[in-house]
Write a protein that binds this ligand. Structure first.
Ligand code: H2U
Ligand code: ZN
Length: 365
């Protein structure tokens, strides 16, 4: 990168001076404008009033016993409940487009399946308020779905949109699963970059990265025996985190019993911290990335390391969100708060959920 030589070279401090950081997983750069953190705040915006969500609402199509848009009635489920999305973005039997007539007008077949997974029968609960045993049930179901749909589909994307700010259309705790007959863009990018890193350095990129962060600790938010949560060095969203297993694991379904238990524990701790940041149910989009499946199950996928991304949109209060617009759309992503500052803020937050603290109750284990 070209830069004009400053007249007097001042010492560089990453928390004070602007710089660009490399994201090796997406092979792209992010502009970190650390000096902007010193500008005066425009005043804290009040947090919105807590939403009053009924625990059971027969009119909510995700509730036990409720009727869905397609006319089907949900069972009186007690743990998790998975159903085929009534408005699927991918269907298994879509006809294939004909051959492309011009390289600038290319289309390929897109087939797949979309499911919705309810985490819990109650609408007024979220993952951080569920017990670790209940979260473990969600993890087991995720692994089972990965295994089932992954038997045929090359990519199975599990993702959770939480909060209206992230486009979530229903307050009932749930995630979605979209399985496709193609590798989506993000999967293709991460496959290429991780393959390249292993070829060049002889170690899986994210295994090495986790070990590096474990040693340096400045971006670590949480860790336990099997997992590590960091604000990645190259984070774009203010409080973005990366959840990594300590062992080399390529797919969610390969996690051991002990790893699943400690995943439930670290997810609960992370999500309580997130909610405690602004004392609200913290919005985010999260999802799992692991080695491709389907016909790739027989390939060497050792360059992959399983991980989950958490992308929360909020910046400095319950209502002030970061928009990826202007420079981000036309040039490249930019952030003000450094990854180290964000990690420090998250690290300092209590792990007892604010709703329990307000009730004076002790933490639910
Ligand atoms: P989101 O809130 O993340 O959009 O997920 C809710 C999903 O539930 C959404 O994809 C599906 C929507 O299509 N849904 C049904 O499949 N049936 C219904 O009766 C309502 C909602
Ligand atoms: Zn990823």
């Amino acid at each position: 990168m070209e830069s004009a030589e400053p007249e007097t070279a001042a010492a560089f401090h990453p928390s004070e001076h602007q710089h660009v950081r490399y994201n090796p997983l997406r092979d792209e750069w992010v502009l970190v404008s650390a000096h902007r953190m010193r500008r005066p705040w425009q005043g804290q915006v009040e947090k919105p009033p807590e939403e009053n969500i009924p625990r059971c609402d027969p009119g909510n199509p995700l509730c036990p016993g409720a009727k869905r848009a397609g006319g089907e009635v949900n069972p009186e489920y007690s743990g998790t409940f998975v159903f085929e999305n009534d408005f699927p973005a991918l269907q298994p039997d879509a006809p294939e487009p004909g051959p492309s007539e011009h390289p600038l007008l290319q289309a390929k077949s897109a087939q797949g399946i979309c499911q919705v997974m309810c985490f819990h029968p109650w609408s007024d609960i979220t993952l951080p308020l569920m017990s670790t045993q209940e979260i473990r049930v969600v993890i087991d179901k995720w692994a089972e779905i990965m295994e089932d749909l992954g038997a045929t589909y090359p990519w199975v994307q599990i993702f959770e949109n939480k909060g209206a700010m992230m486009g979530c259309s229903n307050p009932h705790p749930h995630c979605q699963i979209w399985a496709s007959n193609f590798l989506p863009n993000e999967a293709q990018i991460e496959d290429r970059t991780q393959r390249g890193y292993l070829g060049e350095h002889g170690v899986p990129m994210l295994l090495e990265y986790g070990r590096l962060e474990e040693k340096r600790r400045e971006r670590v938010v949480l860790d336990n025996e099997h997992w590590l949560v960091v604000v990645p060095y190259w984070a774009v969203w203010p409080f973005q985190t990366l959840l990594l297993p300590r062992r080399h694991v390529t797919r969610l379904q390969d996690l051991s019993d002990a790893e699943r238990d400690s995943l439930a524990s670290i997810m609960k701790r992370l999500l309580c911290k997130y909610d405690n940041l602004f004392d609200i149910s913290f919005p985010y989009s999260m999802g799992w990335h692991g080695a491709p499946t389907g016909s790739h199950l027989s390939d060497d996928c050792s360059h992959w390391q399983l991980h989950a991304h958490y992308f929360p949109p909020l910046l400095r209060s319950a209502t002030v969100r970061k928009f990826m617009v202007g420079y981000e759309m036309l040039a490249q992503a930019q952030r003000d708060l450094t990854a180290e500052q964000a990690a420090e803020r998250l690290r300092c937050l209590p792990e007892e959920h604010y709703k329990l603290r307000d009730l004076g109750a002790s933490s639910v284990k």
